[in-house]
Ligand binder design. Structure first.
Ligand code: NCD
Length: 497
């Protein structure tokens, strides 16, 4: 994605766009926010605020930003929207479009909705833009942008500092998004303090040379910034055991007078708000301490959201491609007559050599992946018979032999997503072709299942299909492109189903 037509997640922005375009634009909006004077009305732009989760700051600051820009606005909650009657996202989007909404700022309980909506905008060529105002526990990019503007304002820089996160980090979309942005900066040290059951999965540490996680508040002592995070009780069952257990130890994770005195001189305490008054993650008696800045932080929501709205509105007519298979390059390694190819292969005397006259041999599959790919082909291509697995040859690899059948390009791209070194040998009508697929990222699309029940791919939305990106390095490398959760291959493609 180049032009920022949709704001779905921080990860989908380039460093250049976020720090050289968006942040300066937010700072430029500060004078108008202070003056509180609306620009000349522009009735050609209408924004919809759709919030199916509670919000004061995000919703109100979007509304104020829209007023200052002079646009029209419609506000919807779940209580008044037919999503409550199980209308699909696609039909909801089409209705917003029918009634001339150009910019959709949506907060959803479900995760991954915004990417799906943006994909539909592009597929149906709608002149609309999608902004994520928070999706479940996944992402909250506009909060991150206002957090960065706050840090720039208070600290005078966006590099070279130590920042601590404390609270329910596992379920905190504000933390996940802010970490994605800080990963793009230089010399940022991260300290995470959380009870064990809500600490961050290991992959969040990637890209930081200094990342510490623990449950001891003393880890925060030399931080320049501390970001206090609310316990996300609404993401648990009411009166859940987890929340009740947390209430008993809540004081341990509180920012209070006593702790404040032990922290680094000049520390700033941030919080996206709201503070849960039962938990008091920041004690109320320190809210007017100059080091505690959540009210100012929330104020920066207005100029930040004004800038974001203005930037996306300028890019409304751009077309953005989400089709990952378009990035794949199909490379022909060899082409000859079948007899030439067969004699060359038999000369090498592989013990696993399988002569085949009409069909395909998929070679150089990662050991163990053959069985998964065979299942995928049965499920997706409907190839019921004639797939033979040759396992654990020397050197170690799997091979699949498919008799009397040929795969589509999409299917080969999917296989290369799982096993990037795969080569595809095609024997057809006396001819032989060997091809390989290169793609910038390993992507599995159109198959598998996201384990997150709250992911939009599990919502029953017609025609949505899962997509995973292989991030490679960690124990759970397959990231759901929609909801952002990470899984192992056998979790998303279990052999039994
Ligand atoms: C945050 C959110 O909704 O994720 N609040 C906000 O947008 N200002 C944080 C929270 O609710 O804890």
């Amino acid at each position: 994605m180049n032009a920022i037509k949709h704001l779905i997640s921080i990860k989908r922005l380039t460093t250049e766009t976020l720090f050289n375009e968006i942040i300066p634009a937010c700072i430029n909006m500060v004078p108008q926010t202070i003056s509180a004077k609306a620009t000349t009305p522009n009735h050609s732009l209408k924004a919809v605020l759709y919030f199916d989760e509670d919000s004061t700051r995000t919703r109100m600051s979007f509304a104020e930003a829209i007023r200052l820009l002079g646009w029209d606005m419609a506000q919807e909650t779940l209580a008044c929207n037919s999503r409550n009657k199980k209308e699909s996202w696609l039909d909801t989007l089409m209705m917003w479009y029918n009634y001339n909404a150009k910019i959709i700022c949506a907060r959803t309980h479900q995760e991954g909705v915004h990417l799906w909506l943006a994909e539909m905008v592009e597929k149906y060529n709608l002149n609309m833009s999608i902004i994520n105002a928070g999706d479940g526990r996944n992402q909250h990019p506009t909060q991150t942008i206002l957090d960065l503007v706050t840090i720039q304002n208070k600290l005078g820089r966006l590099d070279d500092f130590k920042i601590g996160f404390v609270g329910d980090l596992l379920k905190s979309r504000t933390t996940h998004s802010l970490l994605d942005a800080l990963r793009m900066r230089n010399n940022i040290s991260i300290v995470c303090v959380a009870p064990d059951n809500v600490c961050l999965p290991a992959y969040h540490a990637e890209g930081f040379s200094n990342f510490t996680q623990g449950s001891d508040m003393e880890l925060l002592h030399d931080c320049d910034i501390i970001n206090s995070v609310r316990w996300q009780a609404e993401r648990l069952e009411p009166n859940s055991h987890e929340f009740l257990a947390f209430l008993r130890i809540k004081q341990k994770y509180q920012i209070n007078k006593n702790l404040l005195e032990r922290l680094k001189k000049g520390v700033i305490i941030m919080h996206a708000l709201p503070i849960d008054q039962e938990v008091e993650e920041i004690c109320h008696d320190i809210m007017d301490d100059p080091r505690v800045i959540p009210y100012q932080q929330a104020w920066f929501g207005v100029p930040s959201r004004m800038a974001i709205l203005q930037i996306v509105s300028q890019n409304l007519t751009q077309h953005i491609s989400f089709n990952h298979t378009r990035n794949a390059v199909i490379r022909e390694l060899k082409k000859s007559s079948l007899s030439e190819a067969l004699s060359a292969t038999s000369r090498k005397q592989h013990d696993h050599f399988v002569p085949l006259e009409h069909g395909m041999v998929i070679d150089h599959l990662e050991p163990g992946s053959g069985i998964i790919i065979r299942m995928m082909l049965k499920r997706m291509e409907g190839i019921k018979d004639g797939i033979m697995i040759v396992e654990n040859t020397k050197p170690h690899k799997d091979m699949l032999v498919i008799k009397e059948n040929f795969l589509t390009n999409d299917s080969m791209i999917r296989i290369a997503g799982l096993s990037p070194n795969a080569t595809f040998n095609i024997m057809r009508n006396e001819f032989f072709r060997k091809i390989k697929i290169d793609q910038p990222q390993q992507i599995i699309s159109g198959t598998g299942k996201c384990l997150n029940k709250n992911c939009v791919t599990r919502s029953g939305e017609p025609s949505i299909s899962p997509r995973f990106i292989n991030r490679g390095k960690n124990s759970h490398p397959f990231e759901c492109d929609y909801c952002g959760q990470h899984f192992t291959l056998s979790e998303i493609l279990p052999l039994s189903t």
